[in-house]
Ligand binder design. Structure first.
Ligand code: ARG
Length: 625
């Protein structure tokens, strides 16, 4: 990936320090030596400090202050910093020049906000697995994470200029699916229901009823233990191996019929699929997550590929027989549990489809990087299928490299009592109910804050604030961790919340509106050639400027690590820096023209970065709230 934009004086300083270390120490410079550059702990000494002299001196057996002096003598930073000073045991302090900051801000204030598109050689094709709903089931709070995190990662990567494909790995195939299909078909034929009138809630009831008819089979569970499979496979086997003979027989019959494209079964299955997806797309649209038909590749779309793929694996000796089943042994990849790809009865598994998914994503979609926004409980599963696909050569790129595969795993959403978020009756919370409640609560908050909004505008704002709050709460916590779902916390206008960020941007926009409408300032002058220059003087301006300049590298870092929360933390800090700037530095009433223009430009640039950042997370920006 590209390095930080050269416009960032911090990155420049870092580069120059490394150069100076090389010049000062030559061959003595230990491999991997670091500049240890960080914001100053004490602003009295400067803006940044490098602590590199202490550990280096220790290694080289010299005095840290002497070493610091040598580095300072070799430093060439006139264009960025005032003359560096040495303090205490050997800290090297830098104070950035106002011109340098101005020039860097100028560089950032471009249409791309300092994020140049990748060169052809750098451009990646990212395939993001997101959403992953299951047929005949409502989306619940777990799908919130898979959808929102996956969509944010897709947005971040496309913001950087890479090619992005989204894949909704819709769970629409296999025995449980055949079971619902059989049940719906039977009941419709018996005149008990009309398929055209069915909603997702009805389907879910039918699903549960047929499931209840079937008890888990001992043998299936034994296989789980023998292979040491994870909870996903366990749940799957539990679901797939039914004790209840009759239901089992019907489900199997339905599965065979579906596999043979029997039109009667396919028609029912398609109807169920339609109902599920329509409702899924509706929720995703409300979530501002780009999950559509085009991005949906159900497990069924792999059905025909599995037998030939498994044959290929057998032919090449990648898959081997184990007690009648087929496995890919992964011990040579450092994983003791093999991946099971065909059961003794000839059936394929969730893992088989995911291996085929990797092959399609790399070989057909051209993915150079596959990212899976899926629950952390599927950690072992993805380790296995990644290793299995690698062993099979399915992740190989045309140039001989291998696609990067990342499980962007996430923790559980917890209720306020610290246990997984459920309704009072112990059911999963329906995502659509959760969104409704967030919006209803947001409407009350908005009404209280701004009674002047018309009812229409209030509803619109409430939708953006409520949904934004839920998304932001999810995205802003380190995804690996569990987090506690709290409406009160996520809807607060203070703290690291969605509304706080949306409000900072509203404030920016209102200043610019005021400048134009009330002070008659030609704000269009802030754009294009001949625009006024930045004059960074006060410490609040400086803090805001330095915050702004971090933007390109934060977006890159968040994308690379698949960690949207890094961007959230950044936007929160930027908003905070902006609010401090705004209370300390008069903009429209600034002392002189030049200062006023510079501050207006800072305001506008902050607004652009905030809007771009929110867009990259999939959170709506507002004019008023
Ligand atoms: N439908 C799956 C589930 O509910 C999630 C799919 C995740 N994606 C994948 N490629 N396996 O657990």
């Amino acid at each position: 990936m590209t390095t930080a934009a050269p416009a960032d004086p911090i990155a420049l300083l870092d580069e120059r320090l490394l150069d100076a270390l090389q010049r000062a120490l030559g061959a003595d410079l230990p491999e991997g030596a670091q500049t240890l550059l960080s914001p100053s702990r004490n602003p009295e000494f400067g803006d940044f400090q490098s602590n590199c002299a202490m550990p280096l001196a220790k290694r080289l057996g010299t005095k840290p202050r002497d070493l610091a002096q040598k580095v300072v003598d070799a430093l060439e930073v006139d264009d960025i910093s005032e003359a560096p000073t040495i303090a205490g045991p050997g800290f090297i302090n830098f104070r950035l020049k106002s011109d340098a900051l101005g020039a860097a801000l100028d560089g950032l204030d471009s249409p791309v906000l300092g994020i140049d598109p990748p060169t052809d050689a750098e451009r990646e094709t990212l395939v993001v697995d997101l959403c992953g709903v299951n047929l005949a089931k409502q989306m619940h709070v777990g799908h919130l994470r898979a959808t929102v995190i996956g969509d944010a990662l897709a947005r971040l990567w496309s913001r950087l200029g890479h090619t992005v494909h989204r894949q909704n790995h819709f769970g629409d195939w296999g025995l449980p699916i055949a079971m619902v299909t059989a049940a719906v078909k039977r009941r419709s034929e018996a005149g008990e229901l009309k398929i055209a009138d069915l909603g997702l809630a009805d389907l879910e009831v039918i699903y549960r009823e047929s499931q209840a008819l079937c008890a888990a089979d001992e043998r299936g569970l034994k296989a789980v233990e023998r292979f040491g499979l994870g909870p996903k496979a366990r749940a799957e086997l539990e679901e797939q191996v039914f004790g209840a003979r009759e239901e089992m027989a019907r489900a199997k019959e339905a599965l065979v019929a579906l596999q043979a494209h029997d039109p009667e079964y396919v028609r029912v299955w398609e109807a169920i699929s339609r109902i599920t997806l329509d409702s899924c797309f509706e929720v995703c649209a409300r979530l501002q997550a780009d999950v559509t038909e085009a991005a949906t590749a159900g497990e069924s779309t792999y059905a025909e590929e599995l037998a030939p793929m498994v044959q290929d694996l057998v032919d090449r000796g990648v898959a081997v027989e184990d007690d009648g089943a087929l496995i890919i042994d992964l011990k040579d990849q450092g994983i003791k549990e093999p991946v099971l790809i065909r059961k003794r009865d000839g059936g394929f598994l969730y893992a088989t489809t995911d291996v085929a998914g990797i092959r399609r994503r790399v070989q057909t979609l051209g993915g150079t990087r596959l990212v899976y926004a899926v629950d952390a409980r599927q950690g072992l599963h993805f380790k296995q299928v990644f290793a299995g696909a690698r062993k099979a050569g399915y992740a190989a790129l045309p140039d001989g490299r291998e696609a990067v595969m990342q499980h962007a795993m996430f923790g559980t959403v917890l209720g306020e009592d610290g246990t997984p978020f459920k309704t009072r009756s112990g059911d999963n919370v329906r995502l659509s109910d959760l969104l409704d409640e967030a919006v209803a609560r947001a409407e009350r908050v908005v009404e209280e804050k701004n009674p002047q909004l018309s009812p229409g505008e209030r509803r619109e704002v409430a939708e953006a604030v409520g949904i934004g709050a839920i998304k932001y709460a999810d995205l802003s916590s380190d995804r690996i961790k569990d987090y506690v779902f709290s409406f009160d916390r996520m809807l607060a206008f203070e703290g690291n919340t969605g509304p706080y960020l949306q409000y900072a941007l509203v404030r920016v926009r209102s200043i610019l509106r005021k400048a134009r409408d009330e002070s008659g300032i030609d704000v269009d002058r802030l754009e294009g050639g001949g625009r006024p220059s930045f004059a960074i003087a006060s410490s609040e301006e400086k803090t805001l400027a330095l915050e702004l300049l971090k933007y390109p590298s934060v977006v890159r870092g968040a994308a690379e690590a698949c960690e949207p929360h890094r961007l959230c933390v950044y936007l929160f800090e930027l908003s905070t820096a902006f609010n401090s700037f705004f209370s300390a530095c008069p903009v429209l009433k600034a002392d002189d023209e030049a200062t006023r223009w510079s501050r207006l430009r800072l305001v506008r640039l902050t607004g652009r970065v905030l809007a771009d950042g929110l867009e990259s997370l999939g959170i709506r920006a507002l004019e008023r709230m």
